[in-house]
Write a protein that binds this ligand. Sequence first.
Ligand code: ATP
Ligand code: MG
Length: 437
Amino acid sequence: MRLSAYFLPTLKETPAEAQIVSHRLMLRAGMIRQSSAGIYSWLPLGLKVLKKIEQIVREEQNAIGCHEVLMPTIQPADLWRQSGRYDDYGPEMLRIKDRHDRDMLFGPTNEEQITEIFAGSVKSYKDLPQLLYHIQWKFRDEVRPRFGIMRGREFLMKDAYSFDLDKDGARRSYNKMFVSYLRTYARMGLKAIPMAADTGPIGGDMSHEFLILADTGESEVACHKDFLDKDWSVSDIDFDGDLGPVVDELTSRYAATDEKRDAGAEAALGDDLVTARGIEVGHIFYFGTKYSEKLGAVVTDKDGENVTVEMGSYGIGVSRLVGAIIEASHDDNGIIWPESVAPYKVGLINLKVDDDDCTAACDDLYAKLSQAGVEVLYDDRDARAGAKFADMDLIGLPWQLAIGPRGLKNGVVEMKSRKTGEREELPAEAVLAKLAG
Ligand code: ATP
Ligand code: MG
């Protein structure tokens, strides 16, 4: 992409309304613009990151046999009256009337909708277990929308739902999702710690939140210090095998969100206890027959008896992750994208656009990299070199290439890693081999 023909409205000034670094950098890097409180437009650079995160989430859900669907944003109130949540939900729910004066709502979540779909389609134990998910915009009229897209009113969520014949099956689905979440976050370069979370009225220990530790996080959390340096990128997992022992091991140390903190357990930990703030990027939940009972999700078992299915739900804050990754990976000059979610892998800077040789060398490298399938943002604007370098650092692409008359005379391109700041001077062919390899 040629920057001269792109839409990248970066800001020089730090926006006064932004209280945390990810919000400031997203505005400055031209990723988002506010529409109204907690509601944002995604501009090209921001949308590209959002789509990459969404795709990683999608691939990891598909990998465990969770099937993608797409449910509507607008739901009928009657569905929520059946579960009893239409009255329970309170002012966070945006209630709407259609032209026929029917009560509708903008979905804050989809348990009712998915249970209705399941109940209308699945009648036999032979069709279980079933895992379904969608990635869809949600609306919650948050009391205090803040921190940009981190706590928005409109936000993108991946929500999955599991349907099983019994509690053991539900636990298997839960464990699959648990392990798949760790893989999902690891692919984004994140350390997300699974912590025991509140299960509300159902009780039991089947709820975990996944948290990224950051001073700007909204949750108070506590955990064993071993969890801080732990490598959470689980590999060599057989998702068809018994994941119970894997999950038991991963949860063997104390880790709890605010509501689940246990003074006794914490006293016993002594110096091994760490308290910190965290950003919740996912929440998984087993809730039994709470919705299946009300919405008639019943199947016949192998003896022909009716069984109400056991359910769980599994959320990932897709849009919140964009901010969370920036909170975890930035410096004074801007964002530092992990390669897996970077909007472009390479930023190519033409240091002297009015020099024909320089422009020809840039055009050539740009063409070759593009040909090799490398995503390049090519700064071909007529602007000062200093401003170009500053913009590249701000938007945080993993690799920066700079071509100017001086380097060209020596037959080299300057290549910089955004993460380490290391610079190398290499011939264009070597750059190509490195980046396209
Ligand atoms: P929170 O405690 O942060 O309000 P929640 O418990 O209401 O979260 P869930 O209903 O479990 O969240 O939603 C699943 C995921 O969606 C959360 O883990 C979070 O990452 C994301 N999420 C929830 N609310 C918002 C919001 N207002 N803006 C952006 N992302 C959100
Ligand atoms: Mg909430």
